[in-house]
Write a new protein. Structure first.
Length: 163
């Protein structure tokens, strides 16, 4: 019995959406503060991040062809440090500082500008992980929108079995 791979093919943005949903679930798991969540979230997030970087270049070449792949790949590579700057440098640090000031003011009833702020507990990053989880869900829905809008491209690539 001969089985053609094209009969079971699916677009790569579907895989991206799946990875994003798994990332969203692991971030929500950390945000609720379950015991040992940092270990589970770290392993799952690292695996999903690696899967994402394995899928995205091939999806970009599939959708935009290899003609301008170098420029597109460099643009995709810039997304990681830009996201780190925005989310780690601005959002996560701002929320962490807010929670640390709140904890410090409860402890000492006054906060000076020169005080070292340290936040304790899962509350320090719960809101940040919640925000990132919502963004992962948005990305998954946008990936599925790409799948819907590129039906004809994938029908041409994989034959009529996709449509």
């Amino acid at each position: 019995m001969y089985v053609r791979i094209r009969n079971y093919a699916y677009p790569r943005p579907v895989a991206i959406a799946g990875v994003q949903l798994v990332m969203a679930c692991s971030l929500l798991y950390y945000a609720i503060g379950a015991p040992g969540a940092i270990y589970v979230a770290s392993v799952v997030m690292g695996s999903c991040y690696g899967a994402h970087w394995a899928i995205v270049p091939s999806a970009a070449s599939e959708l935009f062809s290899l003609k301008s792949f170098g420029a597109i790949y460099n643009f995709l590579t810039l997304a990681s440090p830009a996201g780190s700057l925005i989310f780690s440098g601005v959002i996560a640090s701002g929320i962490y500082d807010y929670e640390a000031k709140k904890q410090n003011s409860m402890k000492y009833n006054i906060v000076h500008e020169t005080d070292k702020l340290t936040c304790y507990g899962t509350v320090c990053y719960s809101l940040t992980c919640g925000i990132l989880s919502v963004l992962c869900i948005i990305v998954a829905s946008l990936s599925m929108t790409v799948v819907y809008r590129t039906k004809r491209v994938y029908a041409r690539l994989y034959g009529n079995s996709y449509t």
